[in-house]
Design a protein around this ligand. Structure first.
Ligand SMILES: NC(=O)c1ccc[n+]([C@@H]2O[C@H](COP(=O)([O-])OP(=O)(O)OC[C@H]3O[C@@H](n4cnc5c(N)ncnc54)[C@H](O)[C@@H]3O)[C@@H](O)[C@H]2O)c1
Length: 285
């Protein structure tokens, strides 16, 4: 199926970035959130990404303006009635996501595909609650979505081949690298990444080395572009803890058990870059 128009639900960290990616690829985007201030801040985030390119001389002001004209913010779910693909980027709560898909099922055209940017939750469960399971699929972008190339494409049990093909093709139009992944908790990247982040926390807690030295060692010795603590601070320690808790429960595997240090930091509100403090101090940056 050819995609002409995109609807994005959630104008937060991921929704705003994905709106920029879709508009840059030439597609009209309707960006929906539940409060006007969230819609405005999402549109501002997309604008800021493009403005930085203009400031660096990589894009003309005119081109930036044309891209931004393709993004329309809204509070009304009904404004998503004529989009071909929905990209859901609302909080990581399966009941919220199913509720949204149920509402959209009554509003959108029968051909509309519902994708979820979930980091770990079951696509099959979202599909079964949506009223259109053959048209529900995972489309997992990585933060920051305007930079990171990978999109994990995750079919649920009932997802149709046409839905898979459409989302692979759409990811390519977004200039991303789509990788089809079987539905398992955490999918591919988080399944491999989480035990490494957890092990790094345990090493820090045991005094094996400082956060800075562990980061340096993983960069210089394991070829990582950024160390595990810099990465975790950027992802948000609350997000890391949530995903680790979910995966530990789903797999029953102690390798996913979040260390107490991580729990303690989240409880203290040290969530990483977004709160100014995580494994590193960002307050003076
Ligand atoms: N942050 C990351 O690094 C990252 C990376 C990959 C995937 N994800 C996943 O993407 C999803 C969104 O994460 P985020 O970090 O952007 O969250 P966020 O909290 O920054 O943004 C979520 C937005 O959704 C809005 N919202 C809530 N209910 C809504 C509804 N019914 N309709 C429209 N908007 C609604 C909220 O007001 C908020 O603005 C989650 O499932 C998360 O697991 C996050």
């Amino acid at each position: 199926m050819y995609v002409y128009k995109i609807g994005i639900c959630g104008a937060g960290t991921m929704g705003a970035e994905i709106a920029e990616v879709a508009a840059y690829a030439g597609l009209p985007v309707i960006l929906r959130d539940i409060k006007q201030e969230f819609v405005d801040s999402g549109i501002k985030k997309a604008n800021d990404i493009l403005q930085r390119r203009v400031d660096k001389g990589k894009m003309s002001q005119e081109m930036k303006d044309q891209i931004m004209e393709r993004i329309t913010g809204t509070l009304k779910l009904e404004d998503l009635k004529d989009v071909d693909v929905i990209i859901e980027a609302i909080p990581e709560d399966i009941d919220l996501k199913i509720e949204l898909f149920k509402e959209l099922n009554d509003i959108c055209e029968p051909h509309t595909i519902f994708t979820s940017n979930t980091s770990a939750l079951s696509i099959s469960k979202m599909g079964s609650g949506s009223g259109r399971p053959e048209k529900v699929i995972g489309m997992h972008f990585f933060f920051p979505a305007h930079v990171m190339k990978l999109v994990e494409v995750i079919p649920g049990i009932e997802t149709s081949q046409d839905t898979i093909d459409t989302i692979v093709e759409l990811s390519e139009r977004f200039r991303k690298l789509p990788v089809k992944v079987k539905e398992i908790p955490g999918f591919l990247v988080n399944r491999i990444l989480l035990p490494m982040l957890i092990e790094a926390c345990k090493c820090l807690d045991e005094g094996v080395a400082s956060a800075k030295d562990i980061d340096l060692a993983m960069q210089a010795g394991a070829g990582m572009p950024m160390g595990p603590f810099t990465l975790a601070d950027n992802l948000g320690l609350d997000v890391v803890l949530n995903v680790a808790d979910y995966m530990a429960k789903q797999y029953g595997n102690p390798n996913f058990n979040p260390p107490y240090l991580l729990r303690k930091m989240v409880a203290a509100g040290h969530l990483g870059v977004k709160t100014g403090r995580g494994f590193y101090d960002y307050s003076k940056m």
